[in-house]
Design a protein around this ligand. Structure first.
Ligand SMILES: [Fe+2]
Length: 283
């Protein structure tokens, strides 16, 4: 293990460097149960306060490079209308979005977040929690461990992620709002379940759960199968999150359309690897 890891993660509480320790086994079991049931699990105070400050500073130092987008999107992260569908289809429903990312390719070589993402201890811990091995770090050079920025009035409408396993580390909470809401397992490989997705878009709250995340907490989340959103950020303080992501396919990256709409640019790798997904789901 690299010594720097113990300055970032609270290894006394969460010894992810030793997955055989009874302490971490208990945490993994709890996470796995919650993930199986609710597609989401939270590990409180995973990141040490000092490291959290470093992450906050490294983001604020580059906050002018954050790509802020106000493009409306549908739940599949498209900003372009697929006109052959009926007007009630979820793919035709576009909602207001005001949200930004500090893309992963802009991180310093020595970045705290980048370092954490590259540690095999974190990868193996997440793999144990989701109960799938192997999983991989995401090959997308812009999205793999981006910082998410939601300024006052920021909003992220209902959507699915394109990666299977999304981590969220809360860096800075807004004064009010900015609440994460999700509908566990509303779709699955081979079944989009458009009818139920439409109900949620229309305001049905039956499936909706809320998650409270405090600075330093780690959330593990199956965002590809779970419709989710972040409510409007209220007050003067921005909401900062870092979002390291893991995938089942080490080759795949975001589609060119998705990368352009969300991360503000398309790289050659997005065009070269733009092939249909094996799970048959839209993204
Ligand atoms: Fe998401």
């Amino acid at each position: 293990m690299n010594d720097r890891l113990k300055t970032i993660v609270d290894l006394e509480k969460y010894p992810i460097q030793d997955l055989n320790s009874p302490k971490i086994k208990e945490i993994i079991n709890k996470c796995k149960t919650e993930l199986d049931q609710f597609s989401c699990s939270t590990i409180p105070n995973f990141i040490l306060p000092k490291s959290l400050k470093i992450m906050n500073v490294e983001l604020e130092k580059q906050v002018d490079k954050v790509y802020m987008s106000k493009e409306s999107i549908n739940p599949y992260l498209h900003s372009i209308d697929e006109s052959s569908l009926g007007k009630d289809h979820p793919k035709k429903i576009f909602s207001k979005r005001y949200n930004g990312y500090l893309n992963s390719d802009l991180f310093d070589k020595n970045s705290e977040m980048k370092f954490l993402y590259e540690q095999k201890e974190l990868l193996n811990f997440v793999s144990a929690c989701v109960g799938i091995s192997p999983i991989y770090r995401w090959a997308d050079p812009l999205a793999c461990h981006a910082y998410n920025v939601m300024k006052p009035d920021g909003i992220l409408p209902w959507h699915f992620d394109s990666c299977e396993f999304t981590l969220s580390i809360m860096i800075q909470k807004p004064e009010k709002g900015g609440i994460f809401e999700y509908c566990p397992y509303i779709r699955e490989p081979g079944n989009e379940n458009f009818e139920e997705v439409k109900k949620v878009l229309d305001g049905d709250r039956k499936r909706v759960r809320q998650l409270k995340l405090e600075p330093g907490d780690l959330q593990i989340f199956k965002g590809r199968f779970t419709l989710h959103r972040v409510t409007k950020v209220e007050g003067n303080r921005s909401r900062y999150l870092c979002i390291p992501a893991y995938v089942l396919d080490p080759w795949r990256v975001n589609t060119p359309e998705h990368s352009r709409a969300i991360y503000g640019k398309v790289l050659p790798i997005h065009l070269e690897r733009n092939k249909p997904r094996a799970d048959g789901l839209a993204d």
